[in-house]
Design a protein around this ligand. Structure first.
Ligand code: FAD
Ligand code: AMP
Length: 478
């Protein structure tokens, strides 16, 4: 039986919509199904990233940072601002307009590439057939030579803190409050908890984060994480480690939490609570039992290193499969799968994917941490350069943090780069590029960076690997 499409993609997040565009560029007849509806109940492609993740959180982080700077830092530049006022509802509206422009942009890109955009729910049936339940119209079945599953992830919910209207919310709810609660509690001091905590703290809330683990940001290099923790605490974020939330109760004056730590049981009352305890793959009803799609423990779709599932010509990408839950990781998998379908030999370099936390200062890293290198028994050198010694950082009055380069003792190959500081999210791209080209720390040390730029700190950290950083009294190689 002939198929309706070359490729059907289920999910139009950054993994699925990018895969669709690349398939269309390669001349394939492509359809993309997505079931996301916006606040008005309209179909809205872009997945979590555009609708409730990367973009709206960065819009609010940007707006709230501007407000805080105007309030606290701007005087240092010799600028006095009088009559500063905050309009949270307008800030949230501005965020929604940014999201609307970008999701509308995806619909336009689909049109421009001749991709059939199907708003509705998709479910995989045997033999690469897909049952479509459209938002408008009746249920029907379509088929393709290849199917790509890109159904993403959803916030983890815990029994200790069931969601309650706008009082106990997940990350999406916390992007839509239109007033500033006096006291905000957050369960989970991971990436999302820290970003949302920063937004509401900058806007005036007193924020307490309860984190079950004893170690702060265990995924990050611990020298960087420890320095960041000190800076966040200085800003006023109350981060309590080793604090396991056991129960929550909505009361008249807010939300009462009970948690335990090494000292015993405690209670805490806040006005509103954000549950930010991680995300789980969105795969519960992705395929019928007859389709026989294999899921791993934890509900991730089982894939090999080429994103092939257990079914022929069925692939899975993005948050729904193993690996870091990051938009750019899913997009790259989408591109690689599209190119594999077209007969090319594409793959994803999982060793060079940057992670970023968009707090102030930002944390950004790529590759190995000192902890992971020690654990693997790899001999390495570390070069560190603090932003206090950067002329540009001083001119910006943003001197917190450092750049750290880790390189292999024998070959000098760069194994990891870790940045805590202003614009770390942009600076890390240079390190990713270096690692993509298998650079040595000497390659970075020999590269000429413009002066005065923050990038010079990466140069100096690479020089510090060989004890020859120029703008610190004693280079800190270890
Ligand atoms: P999603 O973006 O989750 O998209 C999946 C889509 O598939 C959704 O639209 C969903 O409705 C749809 N779908 C699911 N099942 C079906 C079905 N059966 N039929 C039809 N449609 C279906 N990552 C970063 O890299 N940088 C950041 O700064 C960042 N910030 C974040 C901030 C927050 C608050 C959150 C929550 C996440 C953030 N992330 C960030 C993570 C990022 O959003 C995800 O990694 C990314 O969206 C995953 O992309 P995806 O395409 O795999 O899935
Ligand atoms: P991330 O996966 O980066 O979003 O981080 C989520 C964090 O939430 C992890 O560090 C978990 O340890 C933490 N967490 C999960 N459940 C609880 C809980 N009941 N109380 C406190 N912290 C929790």
């Amino acid at each position: 039986m002939s198929k309706n499409y070359d490729v059907i993609i289920i999910g139009a997040g950054p993994a699925g919509y990018v895969a669709a565009i690349r398939c269309a560029q390669l001349g394939m007849k492509t359809a993309c199904i997505d079931d996301w509806l916006d606040k008005e109940g309209e179909p809205s492609p872009g997945g979590t990233c555009l609708n409730a993740g990367c973009i709206p959180s960065k819009a609010l982080l940007e707006s709230s940072e501007l407000f805080e700077r105007m309030q606290k830092d701007i005087g240092g530049h010799g600028i006095n601002v009088k009559g500063l006022e905050l309009d949270v509802a307008a800030m949230v509206d501005s965020k929604d307009r940014i999201v609307g422009d970008l999701t509308g942009g995806i619909i336009a890109l689909f049109r421009a590439h001749g991709i059939e955009w199907i708003p509705g729910h998709g479910q995989l049936l045997p033999d690469r057939q897909v049952r479509v339940t459209p938002h408008k119209g009746s249920r029907h079945t379509i088929s393709a030579e290849h199917v790509i599953l890109a159904t993403g992830s959803r916030p983890v919910q815990i029994d200790a803190a069931p969601l309650v209207n706008d009082r106990i919310v997940d990350s999406e709810g916390a992007l839509n409050w239109t007033d500033v609660p006096a006291r905000v509690g957050i369960i989970g001091a991971g990436v999302i908890g820290l970003e949302l905590g920063s937004v509401w703290q900058r806007l005036g809330a007193s924020v307490t984060l309860l984190e079950a683990q004893d170690v702060f940001l265990a995924i990050a290099d611990q020298q960087i994480a420890k320095a960041a923790l000190k800076m966040f605490q200085k800003q006023g974020l109350d981060i309590r480690l080793g604090a396991l939330v056991k129960s929550t109760k909505v009361i008249k004056s807010g939300v009462q939490l009970k948690y335990t730590d090494a000292e015993g049981e405690h209670s805490l009352t806040v006005d509103r609570l954000i549950v930010a305890v991680g995300r789980s793959p969105h795969t519960q009803d992705i395929a019928t039992a007859e389709a026989d799609l294999l899921l791993d423990e934890g509900g991730f779709i089982h894939v090999d290193d080429k994103c092939c599932t257990n079914l022929p010509c069925v692939y899975a990408i993005g948050d729904a499969v193993r690996g870091p839950m990051l938009a750019h990781k899913g997009s790259e998998e989408g591109i690689a799968v599209a190119e594999q379908i077209a007969g090319q030999n594409s793959e994803v370099n999982y060793a060079a994917i940057a992670s970023v936390i968009y707090t102030k200062p930002e944390l950004a890293w790529v590759g190995q941490t000192e902890e992971s290198l020690r654990q693997a028994g790899v001999d390495y050198h570390s070069g560190v350069f603090p932003f206090t010694a950067s002329g540009r950082a001083r001119a910006m009055r943003e001197t917190g943090g450092m750049v750290k380069v880790l390189s292999d003792t024998g070959s000098d190959r760069v194994l990891g780069v870790h940045i805590l500081g202003v614009h770390a999210s942009e600076l890390i791209g240079q390190a990713v590029l270096a690692m993509e080209f298998d650079a040595s720390s000497e390659d970075i040390a020999r590269t000429i960076f413009a002066h005065p730029t923050l990038s010079e700190a990466l140069h100096e950290a690479a020089l510090a690997v060989d004890n020859r950083a120029l703008h610190i009294a004693r280079s800190r190689r270890s």
